[in-house]
Design a protein around this ligand. Structure first.
Ligand code: ZN
Length: 141
């Protein structure tokens, strides 16, 4: 047995009814045996309130997931580029960035590493150009 919330499109009456199965509901509807209790209209619809909301939420989540996957892919491509073209200096980033900036004899090189927010602020105040990018640890390796 299955209970459906039904809605009459004609008089907007909402009522509930039991059916043996969803197939039985479809059969009764097809045979025009499903009538409004109030106005005998055949324009009876299953009230989709709860399932519709669930489905919408699911689609939204799925979309979000796809977006996140796409962004993650972008970031990982970016990371690959940086790993191939930049020298990793880890926690020494602030120090290395300064030494490149102040020591003109030192060859310009691209470095990447980690720095705190305060470090970044100081660097930018000193006129040292740094870029921050989101970094995802590659858990598959
Ligand atoms: Zn009705």
């Amino acid at each position: 047995m299955i209970k459906y919330s039904l809605n009459c499109k004609e008089c907007d009456l909402k009522f509930e009814s039991w059916f043996a199965s969803s197939k039985e509901y479809e059969k009764l509807k097809r045979k025009k045996l499903l009538k409004c209790l109030n106005c005998d209209s055949l324009k009876i619809e299953k009230s989709l309130m709860a399932p519709r909301i669930n489905k919408k939420e699911y689609i939204t989540r799925d979309k979000e997931q796809k977006k996140i996957t796409k962004i993650k892919k972008k970031i990982s491509e970016y990371q690959k580029f940086i790993k191939n073209n930049f020298e990793y200096v880890g926690d020494n980033f602030t120090h290395e960035a300064r030494s490149i900036h102040y020591n003109n004899k030192k060859k310009e090189k691209n470095i990447y590493g980690t720095a705190t927010k305060d470090d970044l602020k100081e660097l930018s105040e000193e006129g040292i150009d740094v870029q921050t990018i989101p970094w995802i640890e590659d858990s598959s390796n």
